[in-house]
Design a protein around this ligand. Structure first.
Ligand code: CTP
Ligand code: MN
Ligand code: MN
Length: 494
Protein backbone atom coordinates (compact mmCIF):
# COMPACT_ATOMS: atom_id res chain seq x y z
CA UNK A 1 0.00 0.00 0.00
CA UNK A 2 2.79 2.44 0.85
CA UNK A 3 5.45 2.30 -1.87
CA UNK A 4 3.86 4.55 -4.52
CA UNK A 5 2.91 7.23 -2.05
CA UNK A 6 6.25 6.94 -0.30
CA UNK A 7 8.13 7.56 -3.53
CA UNK A 8 6.20 10.73 -4.17
CA UNK A 9 6.72 11.90 -0.63
CA UNK A 10 10.43 11.27 -0.51
CA UNK A 11 10.72 13.22 -3.72
CA UNK A 12 9.28 16.41 -2.22
CA UNK A 13 11.09 15.77 1.02
CA UNK A 14 14.45 15.32 -0.60
CA UNK A 15 13.90 18.55 -2.49
CA UNK A 16 13.11 20.18 0.77
CA UNK A 17 16.14 18.76 2.51
CA UNK A 18 18.48 20.97 0.58
CA UNK A 19 17.11 24.06 2.28
CA UNK A 20 16.41 22.36 5.57
CA UNK A 21 17.98 24.06 8.57
CA UNK A 22 16.68 21.75 11.30
CA UNK A 23 17.05 18.19 10.02
CA UNK A 24 17.20 16.85 13.58
CA UNK A 25 13.64 17.90 14.33
CA UNK A 26 11.44 15.96 11.89
CA UNK A 27 7.90 17.26 12.39
CA UNK A 28 4.63 15.63 11.48
CA UNK A 29 1.48 17.75 11.28
CA UNK A 30 -1.70 15.84 11.97
CA UNK A 31 -4.47 16.57 9.49
CA UNK A 32 -7.20 15.19 11.75
CA UNK A 33 -9.60 18.02 12.79
CA UNK A 34 -7.27 20.53 11.12
CA UNK A 35 -8.15 19.86 7.52
CA UNK A 36 -5.98 19.44 4.46
CA UNK A 37 -5.76 23.07 3.41
CA UNK A 38 -4.65 24.41 6.79
CA UNK A 39 -2.20 21.57 7.06
CA UNK A 40 -0.68 22.32 3.70
CA UNK A 41 -0.53 26.05 4.57
CA UNK A 42 1.36 25.28 7.79
CA UNK A 43 3.61 22.86 5.94
CA UNK A 44 4.59 25.44 3.33
CA UNK A 45 5.14 28.09 5.97
CA UNK A 46 7.39 25.85 8.05
CA UNK A 47 9.39 24.64 5.07
CA UNK A 48 9.98 28.17 3.90
CA UNK A 49 11.60 28.77 7.29
CA UNK A 50 13.83 25.70 6.97
CA UNK A 51 11.85 23.29 9.13
CA UNK A 52 11.74 19.59 8.25
CA UNK A 53 8.11 18.58 7.75
CA UNK A 54 7.37 14.93 7.10
CA UNK A 55 4.35 14.11 4.94
CA UNK A 56 3.86 10.71 6.49
CA UNK A 57 4.21 9.67 10.08
CA UNK A 58 7.10 7.32 10.76
CA UNK A 59 9.24 6.58 13.77
CA UNK A 60 11.77 9.06 12.39
CA UNK A 61 9.38 11.82 13.49
CA UNK A 62 10.23 13.43 16.82
CA UNK A 63 7.56 16.17 17.01
CA UNK A 64 3.87 15.64 16.23
CA UNK A 65 1.81 18.82 15.97
CA UNK A 66 -1.97 18.88 16.06
CA UNK A 67 -4.84 21.27 16.59
CA UNK A 68 -8.05 20.69 18.57
CA UNK A 69 -7.12 17.11 19.45
CA UNK A 70 -6.61 15.62 22.89
CA UNK A 71 -3.38 13.78 23.60
CA UNK A 72 -5.26 10.50 23.81
CA UNK A 73 -6.82 11.09 20.40
CA UNK A 74 -3.46 11.84 18.80
CA UNK A 75 -1.82 8.88 20.46
CA UNK A 76 -4.45 6.39 19.39
CA UNK A 77 -4.47 7.83 15.87
CA UNK A 78 -0.70 7.33 15.62
CA UNK A 79 -0.84 3.85 17.04
CA UNK A 80 -3.53 2.85 14.60
CA UNK A 81 -1.43 4.20 11.76
CA UNK A 82 1.77 2.49 12.71
CA UNK A 83 1.18 -0.18 15.30
CA UNK A 84 4.13 1.45 17.04
CA UNK A 85 3.99 2.55 20.64
CA UNK A 86 4.55 6.28 20.58
CA UNK A 87 4.31 7.06 24.25
CA UNK A 88 8.01 7.45 24.93
CA UNK A 89 9.54 8.28 21.60
CA UNK A 90 7.82 11.40 20.40
CA UNK A 91 6.55 14.81 21.56
CA UNK A 92 2.79 15.18 21.09
CA UNK A 93 2.37 18.93 20.80
CA UNK A 94 -0.30 21.55 20.52
CA UNK A 95 -0.14 23.93 17.59
CA UNK A 96 1.04 26.61 20.06
CA UNK A 97 4.53 25.05 19.98
CA UNK A 98 4.43 25.30 16.21
CA UNK A 99 3.35 28.96 16.14
CA UNK A 100 5.96 29.95 18.70
CA UNK A 101 8.60 28.12 16.67
CA UNK A 102 7.56 29.89 13.49
CA UNK A 103 7.80 33.23 15.26
CA UNK A 104 11.22 32.36 16.68
CA UNK A 105 12.45 31.02 13.34
CA UNK A 106 13.70 27.81 15.05
CA UNK A 107 12.17 24.90 16.93
CA UNK A 108 11.61 26.28 20.45
CA UNK A 109 12.26 24.13 23.50
CA UNK A 110 9.29 21.97 24.33
CA UNK A 111 7.63 23.07 27.56
CA UNK A 112 4.80 21.50 29.54
CA UNK A 113 2.34 24.07 28.23
CA UNK A 114 2.95 22.79 24.69
CA UNK A 115 2.47 19.14 25.52
CA UNK A 116 -0.82 17.37 24.95
CA UNK A 117 -1.88 15.45 28.01
CA UNK A 118 -1.97 11.70 27.55
CA UNK A 119 -3.75 9.58 30.14
CA UNK A 120 -1.99 6.42 31.13
CA UNK A 121 -3.65 3.50 29.38
CA UNK A 122 -6.21 2.04 31.73
CA UNK A 123 -8.26 -0.60 30.04
CA UNK A 124 -8.34 -2.63 33.24
CA UNK A 125 -5.61 -4.79 31.83
CA UNK A 126 -2.36 -4.20 33.65
CA UNK A 127 -0.44 -6.78 31.70
CA UNK A 128 -0.90 -5.28 28.27
CA UNK A 129 2.48 -5.69 26.63
CA UNK A 130 3.93 -2.95 24.51
CA UNK A 131 5.60 -4.70 21.63
CA UNK A 132 7.46 -2.77 18.96
CA UNK A 133 6.65 -3.82 15.45
CA UNK A 134 10.12 -4.32 13.95
CA UNK A 135 12.06 -7.31 15.27
CA UNK A 136 15.20 -5.15 15.42
CA UNK A 137 13.48 -2.92 17.99
CA UNK A 138 12.91 -5.84 20.33
CA UNK A 139 14.97 -8.19 22.44
CA UNK A 140 14.45 -11.80 21.41
CA UNK A 141 16.20 -14.31 23.64
CA UNK A 142 17.18 -17.77 22.46
CA UNK A 143 14.97 -19.57 24.94
CA UNK A 144 11.40 -18.38 25.00
CA UNK A 145 8.00 -19.45 26.24
CA UNK A 146 5.99 -20.17 23.12
CA UNK A 147 7.81 -22.87 21.20
CA UNK A 148 4.53 -24.79 20.82
CA UNK A 149 3.21 -21.89 18.71
CA UNK A 150 6.37 -20.66 16.99
CA UNK A 151 7.31 -24.14 15.80
CA UNK A 152 3.93 -24.42 14.07
CA UNK A 153 4.09 -20.95 12.48
CA UNK A 154 7.66 -21.53 11.30
CA UNK A 155 6.68 -24.81 9.69
CA UNK A 156 4.07 -22.91 7.68
CA UNK A 157 6.72 -20.30 6.85
CA UNK A 158 9.04 -23.01 5.61
CA UNK A 159 6.26 -24.53 3.53
CA UNK A 160 5.56 -21.12 1.98
CA UNK A 161 9.26 -20.87 1.08
CA UNK A 162 9.00 -24.23 -0.66
CA UNK A 163 6.36 -22.74 -2.95
CA UNK A 164 8.41 -19.53 -3.29
CA UNK A 165 5.75 -17.47 -1.58
CA UNK A 166 8.07 -15.05 0.16
CA UNK A 167 5.41 -12.64 1.42
CA UNK A 168 3.52 -15.38 3.14
CA UNK A 169 6.65 -16.89 4.58
CA UNK A 170 7.83 -13.59 6.05
CA UNK A 171 4.37 -12.95 7.53
CA UNK A 172 4.52 -16.27 9.42
CA UNK A 173 8.09 -15.62 10.53
CA UNK A 174 7.22 -12.16 11.83
CA UNK A 175 4.27 -13.57 13.74
CA UNK A 176 6.45 -16.30 15.27
CA UNK A 177 9.08 -13.75 16.16
CA UNK A 178 6.61 -11.60 18.10
CA UNK A 179 5.64 -14.63 20.18
CA UNK A 180 9.32 -15.37 20.85
CA UNK A 181 9.70 -11.92 22.39
CA UNK A 182 6.80 -12.38 24.84
CA UNK A 183 7.89 -12.75 28.46
CA UNK A 184 5.34 -15.49 29.15
CA UNK A 185 3.47 -18.39 27.63
CA UNK A 186 0.32 -17.46 25.70
CA UNK A 187 -2.87 -18.94 27.16
CA UNK A 188 -5.64 -17.08 25.39
CA UNK A 189 -6.28 -15.03 22.29
CA UNK A 190 -7.07 -12.05 24.55
CA UNK A 191 -3.42 -11.74 25.42
CA UNK A 192 -2.58 -11.14 21.77
CA UNK A 193 -4.87 -8.18 21.20
CA UNK A 194 -2.23 -5.46 21.45
CA UNK A 195 0.50 -7.31 19.54
CA UNK A 196 1.73 -6.28 16.08
CA UNK A 197 2.43 -8.56 13.10
CA UNK A 198 -0.19 -11.18 13.91
CA UNK A 199 -2.11 -11.52 10.68
CA UNK A 200 -5.45 -13.16 10.29
CA UNK A 201 -3.99 -16.47 9.14
CA UNK A 202 -1.46 -16.66 11.97
CA UNK A 203 -4.16 -15.84 14.50
CA UNK A 204 -6.34 -18.63 13.15
CA UNK A 205 -3.50 -21.11 13.58
CA UNK A 206 -2.70 -19.86 17.09
CA UNK A 207 -6.37 -20.02 18.11
CA UNK A 208 -6.67 -23.59 16.94
CA UNK A 209 -3.58 -24.65 18.84
CA UNK A 210 -4.72 -22.88 22.01
CA UNK A 211 -8.14 -24.52 21.80
CA UNK A 212 -7.40 -27.98 20.39
CA UNK A 213 -3.73 -28.44 21.16
CA UNK A 214 -2.87 -28.71 17.46
CA UNK A 215 -3.62 -27.07 14.13
CA UNK A 216 -5.01 -29.21 11.33
CA UNK A 217 -3.34 -27.13 8.68
CA UNK A 218 0.04 -27.47 10.36
CA UNK A 219 -0.29 -31.19 10.94
CA UNK A 220 -1.49 -31.96 7.42
CA UNK A 221 1.38 -29.88 6.00
CA UNK A 222 3.84 -31.69 8.24
CA UNK A 223 2.56 -35.06 7.00
CA UNK A 224 2.30 -34.10 3.35
CA UNK A 225 4.49 -35.91 0.86
CA UNK A 226 5.48 -32.65 -0.80
CA UNK A 227 6.57 -30.94 2.40
CA UNK A 228 8.59 -33.94 3.53
CA UNK A 229 10.25 -34.37 0.15
CA UNK A 230 11.05 -30.67 -0.17
CA UNK A 231 12.52 -30.68 3.31
CA UNK A 232 14.67 -33.71 2.55
CA UNK A 233 15.81 -32.39 -0.84
CA UNK A 234 16.51 -28.78 0.20
CA UNK A 235 18.32 -30.27 3.20
CA UNK A 236 21.02 -31.43 0.77
CA UNK A 237 23.96 -29.02 0.63
CA UNK A 238 23.94 -27.32 -2.79
CA UNK A 239 20.22 -27.80 -3.42
CA UNK A 240 17.87 -24.81 -3.41
CA UNK A 241 14.09 -24.63 -3.60
CA UNK A 242 13.96 -24.45 -7.41
CA UNK A 243 16.06 -27.55 -7.92
CA UNK A 244 14.25 -29.47 -5.20
CA UNK A 245 10.91 -28.59 -6.76
CA UNK A 246 12.04 -29.73 -10.20
CA UNK A 247 13.20 -33.02 -8.76
CA UNK A 248 9.99 -33.45 -6.79
CA UNK A 249 8.00 -33.08 -10.01
CA UNK A 250 10.16 -35.81 -11.53
CA UNK A 251 9.14 -38.11 -8.71
CA UNK A 252 12.32 -37.82 -6.64
CA UNK A 253 11.78 -37.67 -2.88
CA UNK A 254 15.08 -38.14 -1.05
CA UNK A 255 18.86 -38.26 -1.43
CA UNK A 256 18.67 -42.03 -1.94
CA UNK A 257 16.23 -41.48 -4.83
CA UNK A 258 18.83 -39.24 -6.47
CA UNK A 259 21.44 -41.96 -6.32
CA UNK A 260 19.02 -44.71 -7.33
CA UNK A 261 17.75 -42.78 -10.35
CA UNK A 262 21.19 -41.62 -11.42
CA UNK A 263 20.19 -37.94 -11.21
CA UNK A 264 23.08 -35.79 -12.57
CA UNK A 265 24.50 -33.64 -9.76
CA UNK A 266 26.93 -30.75 -9.67
CA UNK A 267 30.03 -30.88 -7.48
CA UNK A 268 28.40 -29.25 -4.45
CA UNK A 269 25.37 -31.54 -4.66
CA UNK A 270 27.56 -34.60 -4.94
CA UNK A 271 29.28 -33.61 -1.73
CA UNK A 272 25.87 -32.82 -0.24
CA UNK A 273 24.58 -36.31 -0.98
CA UNK A 274 27.82 -38.00 0.04
CA UNK A 275 27.90 -36.35 3.49
CA UNK A 276 24.14 -36.05 3.88
CA UNK A 277 23.79 -37.94 7.17
CA UNK A 278 26.61 -36.05 8.87
CA UNK A 279 25.38 -32.68 7.64
CA UNK A 280 21.89 -33.43 8.96
CA UNK A 281 23.30 -33.89 12.46
CA UNK A 282 23.38 -30.65 14.44
CA UNK A 283 26.83 -29.17 15.09
CA UNK A 284 27.47 -28.67 18.80
CA UNK A 285 29.08 -25.60 20.34
CA UNK A 286 31.94 -27.83 21.48
CA UNK A 287 32.53 -28.95 17.89
CA UNK A 288 32.32 -25.34 16.72
CA UNK A 289 35.00 -24.42 19.27
CA UNK A 290 37.32 -27.17 18.07
CA UNK A 291 36.91 -26.01 14.46
CA UNK A 292 37.41 -22.37 15.57
CA UNK A 293 40.76 -23.26 17.08
CA UNK A 294 41.89 -24.96 13.89
CA UNK A 295 40.74 -22.15 11.59
CA UNK A 296 42.35 -19.63 13.96
CA UNK A 297 45.59 -21.56 13.65
CA UNK A 298 45.32 -21.50 9.86
CA UNK A 299 44.62 -17.77 9.82
CA UNK A 300 47.52 -16.93 12.15
CA UNK A 301 49.88 -19.15 10.17
CA UNK A 302 49.17 -17.53 6.81
CA UNK A 303 48.71 -13.93 7.98
CA UNK A 304 49.93 -12.95 11.44
CA UNK A 305 47.74 -10.28 13.02
CA UNK A 306 44.59 -11.35 11.19
CA UNK A 307 41.49 -11.56 13.34
CA UNK A 308 38.79 -14.19 13.30
CA UNK A 309 35.34 -14.15 14.86
CA UNK A 310 32.69 -16.83 15.29
CA UNK A 311 29.45 -15.64 13.67
CA UNK A 312 25.90 -16.77 12.99
CA UNK A 313 23.90 -18.79 15.49
CA UNK A 314 26.85 -19.54 17.74
CA UNK A 315 27.55 -15.83 18.23
CA UNK A 316 23.91 -15.51 19.31
CA UNK A 317 24.47 -18.13 22.00
CA UNK A 318 23.03 -21.19 20.29
CA UNK A 319 24.20 -24.56 21.56
CA UNK A 320 23.61 -26.24 18.19
CA UNK A 321 23.79 -25.06 14.60
CA UNK A 322 23.51 -26.32 11.05
CA UNK A 323 26.98 -24.96 10.25
CA UNK A 324 29.81 -22.86 11.72
CA UNK A 325 30.26 -19.32 10.40
CA UNK A 326 33.50 -17.32 10.58
CA UNK A 327 34.37 -13.73 9.74
CA UNK A 328 38.01 -12.89 9.15
CA UNK A 329 39.76 -9.53 8.75
CA UNK A 330 43.08 -7.75 9.26
CA UNK A 331 43.43 -4.36 10.99
CA UNK A 332 45.64 -3.14 8.18
CA UNK A 333 43.37 -2.36 5.25
CA UNK A 334 44.32 -4.33 2.14
CA UNK A 335 46.24 -7.03 4.03
CA UNK A 336 43.17 -9.25 3.81
CA UNK A 337 43.47 -9.48 0.02
CA UNK A 338 44.28 -12.99 -1.10
CA UNK A 339 43.85 -14.25 2.46
CA UNK A 340 41.04 -16.70 1.70
CA UNK A 341 43.08 -18.65 -0.85
CA UNK A 342 45.92 -18.99 1.66
CA UNK A 343 43.63 -20.22 4.42
CA UNK A 344 42.03 -22.77 2.11
CA UNK A 345 45.43 -23.97 0.95
CA UNK A 346 46.60 -24.39 4.57
CA UNK A 347 43.49 -26.40 5.44
CA UNK A 348 43.58 -28.49 2.26
CA UNK A 349 47.21 -29.40 2.73
CA UNK A 350 46.25 -30.92 6.05
CA UNK A 351 43.33 -32.86 4.57
CA UNK A 352 40.80 -30.84 6.55
CA UNK A 353 38.46 -29.89 3.73
CA UNK A 354 36.11 -32.37 2.08
CA UNK A 355 34.68 -29.72 -0.24
CA UNK A 356 35.19 -26.01 -0.81
CA UNK A 357 34.01 -23.36 -3.20
CA UNK A 358 35.32 -19.83 -2.94
CA UNK A 359 33.64 -16.82 -4.48
CA UNK A 360 35.58 -13.63 -5.10
CA UNK A 361 34.87 -10.31 -3.49
CA UNK A 362 32.87 -8.26 -5.95
CA UNK A 363 31.79 -5.33 -3.80
CA UNK A 364 32.98 -1.94 -4.96
CA UNK A 365 31.36 1.01 -3.25
CA UNK A 366 31.58 3.40 -6.16
CA UNK A 367 30.36 1.03 -8.81
CA UNK A 368 27.65 -0.65 -6.81
CA UNK A 369 26.22 2.39 -5.15
CA UNK A 370 24.09 2.31 -2.08
CA UNK A 371 21.53 -0.27 -3.03
CA UNK A 372 21.91 -3.67 -1.52
CA UNK A 373 23.26 -6.37 -3.74
CA UNK A 374 20.71 -8.37 -5.70
CA UNK A 375 18.99 -11.11 -3.69
CA UNK A 376 20.68 -9.82 -0.56
CA UNK A 377 23.77 -11.91 -1.09
CA UNK A 378 26.68 -9.90 0.05
CA UNK A 379 29.83 -9.99 -1.90
CA UNK A 380 32.77 -10.57 0.35
CA UNK A 381 35.29 -13.13 -0.55
CA UNK A 382 33.60 -16.14 0.94
CA UNK A 383 33.96 -19.86 1.05
CA UNK A 384 31.27 -22.47 1.50
CA UNK A 385 32.95 -25.62 2.59
CA UNK A 386 32.68 -28.97 4.30
CA UNK A 387 35.16 -29.54 7.07
CA UNK A 388 36.56 -32.89 8.10
CA UNK A 389 36.40 -32.85 11.87
CA UNK A 390 38.43 -35.50 13.67
CA UNK A 391 36.56 -36.90 16.63
CA UNK A 392 38.38 -38.68 19.34
CA UNK A 393 36.50 -41.87 20.09
CA UNK A 394 37.18 -41.63 23.79
CA UNK A 395 33.60 -40.80 24.60
CA UNK A 396 31.74 -42.57 21.80
CA UNK A 397 33.87 -45.61 20.94
CA UNK A 398 32.99 -49.03 22.32
CA UNK A 399 35.03 -50.75 25.00
CA UNK A 400 36.03 -53.42 22.50
CA UNK A 401 37.53 -50.88 20.11
CA UNK A 402 39.43 -49.20 22.86
CA UNK A 403 40.87 -52.40 24.24
CA UNK A 404 42.12 -53.23 20.75
CA UNK A 405 44.03 -50.02 20.14
CA UNK A 406 44.73 -49.06 23.75
CA UNK A 407 45.19 -45.46 22.70
CA UNK A 408 42.11 -43.67 21.41
CA UNK A 409 40.95 -44.45 17.88
CA UNK A 410 40.17 -41.56 15.56
CA UNK A 411 37.10 -41.14 13.45
CA UNK A 412 35.68 -38.06 11.81
CA UNK A 413 32.46 -36.30 10.81
CA UNK A 414 31.64 -33.76 8.11
CA UNK A 415 30.65 -30.24 9.22
CA UNK A 416 29.49 -27.36 7.04
CA UNK A 417 31.54 -24.22 7.55
CA UNK A 418 31.22 -20.75 6.04
CA UNK A 419 34.25 -18.46 5.86
CA UNK A 420 33.97 -14.78 5.03
CA UNK A 421 36.82 -12.30 4.63
CA UNK A 422 36.03 -8.62 5.07
CA UNK A 423 38.17 -5.48 4.67
CA UNK A 424 38.66 -3.81 8.06
CA UNK A 425 36.59 -0.71 7.20
CA UNK A 426 33.56 -2.93 6.57
CA UNK A 427 34.12 -5.22 9.53
CA UNK A 428 31.42 -3.72 11.76
CA UNK A 429 28.84 -4.01 8.98
CA UNK A 430 29.94 -7.54 8.19
CA UNK A 431 29.75 -8.46 11.87
CA UNK A 432 26.23 -7.11 12.14
CA UNK A 433 25.21 -8.74 8.87
CA UNK A 434 26.59 -12.17 9.67
CA UNK A 435 25.31 -12.49 13.20
CA UNK A 436 21.69 -12.96 12.19
CA UNK A 437 19.13 -14.18 12.81
CA UNK A 438 17.96 -14.01 9.22
CA UNK A 439 14.73 -12.34 10.27
CA UNK A 440 16.59 -9.87 12.48
CA UNK A 441 18.78 -8.90 9.52
CA UNK A 442 15.80 -8.56 7.27
CA UNK A 443 14.02 -6.34 9.76
CA UNK A 444 17.12 -4.17 10.23
CA UNK A 445 17.23 -3.50 6.48
CA UNK A 446 13.49 -2.86 6.37
CA UNK A 447 13.77 -0.45 9.31
CA UNK A 448 16.69 1.34 7.69
CA UNK A 449 14.84 1.76 4.39
CA UNK A 450 11.33 2.50 5.55
CA UNK A 451 11.94 4.44 8.75
CA UNK A 452 15.31 6.09 8.17
CA UNK A 453 15.59 6.36 4.41
CA UNK A 454 18.94 4.55 4.62
CA UNK A 455 20.30 1.45 2.88
CA UNK A 456 21.99 -1.13 5.06
CA UNK A 457 24.03 -4.06 3.79
CA UNK A 458 26.80 -6.24 5.21
CA UNK A 459 29.24 -3.78 3.61
CA UNK A 460 27.95 -0.32 4.40
CA UNK A 461 25.22 2.04 5.52
CA UNK A 462 24.16 4.72 3.08
CA UNK A 463 22.07 7.74 4.06
CA UNK A 464 19.74 8.48 1.17
CA UNK A 465 18.79 11.87 2.64
CA UNK A 466 22.32 13.16 3.11
CA UNK A 467 23.56 11.16 0.12
CA UNK A 468 26.62 9.76 1.80
CA UNK A 469 27.99 6.65 3.47
CA UNK A 470 28.07 6.46 7.25
CA UNK A 471 31.29 5.00 8.63
CA UNK A 472 31.30 2.74 11.65
CA UNK A 473 33.86 0.80 13.66
CA UNK A 474 31.41 -1.00 15.91
CA UNK A 475 27.95 -2.53 15.81
CA UNK A 476 26.90 -0.04 18.50
CA UNK A 477 27.60 2.87 16.13
CA UNK A 478 25.45 1.30 13.42
CA UNK A 479 22.51 0.87 15.78
CA UNK A 480 22.97 4.50 16.81
CA UNK A 481 22.92 5.74 13.19
CA UNK A 482 19.73 3.77 12.72
CA UNK A 483 18.14 5.34 15.80
CA UNK A 484 17.82 1.93 17.43
CA UNK A 485 18.62 0.80 20.93
CA UNK A 486 21.63 -1.57 20.81
CA UNK A 487 20.52 -5.19 20.89
CA UNK A 488 23.28 -7.64 21.88
CA UNK A 489 23.77 -10.76 19.72
CA UNK A 490 22.19 -13.04 22.33
CA UNK A 491 18.94 -11.10 21.96
CA UNK A 492 18.84 -11.10 18.16
CA UNK A 493 17.20 -14.51 18.00
CA UNK A 494 14.16 -13.14 16.19
N1 CTP B 1 23.96 -15.01 5.50
C1 CTP B 1 24.14 -14.17 4.44
N2 CTP B 1 24.13 -14.64 3.16
C2 CTP B 1 23.93 -15.95 2.91
C3 CTP B 1 23.74 -16.82 3.98
C4 CTP B 1 23.76 -16.33 5.27
O1 CTP B 1 24.32 -12.98 4.68
N3 CTP B 1 23.90 -16.38 1.68
C5 CTP B 1 23.99 -14.49 6.86
C6 CTP B 1 22.63 -14.57 7.48
O2 CTP B 1 21.90 -13.40 7.32
C7 CTP B 1 22.94 -14.83 8.91
C8 CTP B 1 24.32 -15.43 8.93
O3 CTP B 1 24.82 -15.29 7.62
O4 CTP B 1 23.02 -13.60 9.57
C9 CTP B 1 24.31 -16.86 9.34
O5 CTP B 1 23.52 -17.63 8.47
P1 CTP B 1 23.25 -19.16 8.70
O6 CTP B 1 24.52 -19.88 8.97
O7 CTP B 1 22.47 -19.65 7.55
O8 CTP B 1 22.27 -19.17 9.94
P2 CTP B 1 22.53 -19.19 11.50
O9 CTP B 1 21.79 -18.07 12.09
O10 CTP B 1 23.98 -19.27 11.81
O11 CTP B 1 21.80 -20.51 11.94
P3 CTP B 1 22.41 -21.99 12.01
O12 CTP B 1 22.75 -22.19 13.43
O13 CTP B 1 21.31 -22.88 11.55
O14 CTP B 1 23.60 -22.04 11.12
MN1 MN C 1 25.23 -20.68 10.82
MN1 MN D 1 26.12 -20.15 7.40
Amino acid sequence: MIPLKRRKISHTESHQNESCKFPHVPIFILERKMGASRRSFLTRLARSKGFLIKEAYSSAVTHVVSENNSGDEVQSWLENQTGVDTSTSVHLLDVSWFTESMAAGRPVTVQDKHRLKVNPKCNGDDNVILMKSYACQRRTPLKHHNLFLTEALELLAENAEFSENEGRSVAFRRAASVLKALPHRVHSMDELKSLPCLGEHSQRVIKEILEDGTSREVESTRQSEQFQAMKALTGIFGVGVRTADRWFRKGLRSPTDLIRMGQPLNRAQQAGVQYYDDLQKPVTKAEADVISDIVQQAVCAVLPGAEIQLMGGFRRGKEFGHDVDFLITHPEEGKEEGLMAKIIKWLEERGLLLYQKTTRNSYLEKMDGPARPPNNMDRFERCFSIFKLQISDRSTGSHAERSVSQSETLSWRAVRIDLVVSPYCQFAFATLGWTGSKLFERELRRWAGQEKHMSLSSHALYDNNQKHYLRAQTEEEIFAYLGLEFIPPSERNA
